[in-house]
Design a protein around this ligand. Structure first.
Ligand code: BV8
Ligand code: ZN
Length: 266
């Protein structure tokens, strides 16, 4: 039973600006493995922290590209879950200027649920580009390069395509460990976190930097910080409300309790 205390509901009713900060846990109930879940198949013996690096790509482009192809297929066959949908409905009620979603995720499930203006701190699985000249790679997403079966048949080792302009290797459009985040997206995320009334961290282990500073920035700026996560995380230290539940359970209940109030959103 998820019981949200009256003072938290009061904070949410009065909030003029709400920032959601999501991690891999919000996509877990869509069947998209989180970063620290044990990976299946070939990747069971690899640490995703090892694979999600430029060094790994330069050393074994077929292993790393095969992993991202597999992940793209997993996301394509996944559907937004009740958490993504409730968040998009909430934003529709308040408007994008009052409810912002900042995500660490590289999937497109927030957008496919209808969320607008999502800030992707760590890039996007479907925005590959040339590692040499940075020319965007226009994959034909309606006809993915490889099926899950082909990926499995190939032993998950798939050489990336080559750039049509300079023949460089195409790489995933994500921010790898050791790579800098897009400075404009990061700056915007810092500013919104410092200027919101309620900050809700959902489905993140709160360990990946510099994204993990956002809850602290919000708390130091006087925002009411909430967390939705079945597990404890470092964010517990700054959260005034901890909902120990899954995203797809908690978010629809939270939104329902607010949107049931006729005055909510005015
Ligand atoms: C950088 C794209 C400058 C790739 C990802 C201090 C400052 C700066 C850097 C560092 C620093 N300390 C260390 C670093 C280095 C590093 C870092 O943070 N390391 C960590 C691990 C200590 N940071 C970087 O390298 C960053 N770059 O700072 O640039 C620089 C430049 C050069 C040299 C040094 C610094 C870049 C970080 C970005 C990495 N890229 N993604 C890809 O996806 O393949 S991050 C990756 O991790 C994913 O995006 C993923 O989102 C994220 C993992 O975090 P979570 O989203 O939280 O997911 P996780 O699986 O960990 O947790 C899931 C949570 O959900 C759990 O808590 C679980 O309980 C919960 N959950 C599960 N089910 C549910 C649920 N919750 C709700 N409902 C459920 N059903
Ligand atoms: Zn190129």
């Amino acid at each position: 039973m998820i019981d949200i205390d009256a003072s938290t509901l009061e904070q949410l009713r009065a909030a003029k600006r709400i920032v959601f900060f999501s991690g891999a846990g919000i996509s877990a109930e869509s069947g998209v493995p989180t970063f620290r879940d044990d990976l299946t198949g070939l990747w069971a013996q690899y640490d995703p922290m090892e694979l999600a690096t430029l060094e790994a790509f330069n050393r074994q482009p077929d292993l790393v590209w095969g992993w991202y192809e597999w992940r793209r297929q997993r996301v394509r066959s996944a559907q937004p879950n009740d958490a993504h949908i409730a968040l998009a409905q909430w934003q529709e009620l308040l408007g994008p200027e009052r409810l912002l979603c900042i995500t660490q995720n590289v999937d497109d499930l927030h957008e496919r649920a209808g969320c607008q203006q999502v800030l992707h701190l760590h890039g996007n699985l479907f925005a590959s580009f040339c590692a040499q000249c940075h020319l965007p790679y226009a994959a034909d997403d309606s006809h993915p390069d490889h099926s899950i079966e082909q990926i499995a048949e190939a032993g998950q080792l798939i050489m990336p395509p080559q750039c049509s302009s300079c023949q460089g290797l195409i790489r995933p459009g994500v921010v790898w460990f050791g790579e800098s985040l897009d400075s404009q997206i990061l700056q915007e995320s810092f500013e919104h976190s410092a200027d919101c009334d309620v900050f809700i961290a959902i489905g993140t282990s709160g360990v990946v930097q510099p994204a993990a500073t956002l809850p602290n920035i919000a708390a130091e700026s006087g925002a009411y910080v909430m967390q939705i996560n079945p597990q404890e995380t470092p964010i517990d230290m700054v959260a005034q409300c901890n909902i120990r539940a899954s995203a797809a359970q908690a978010l629809p209940i939270l939104f329902e309790q607010l949107s049931g109030d006729a005055a909510y959103g005015l």
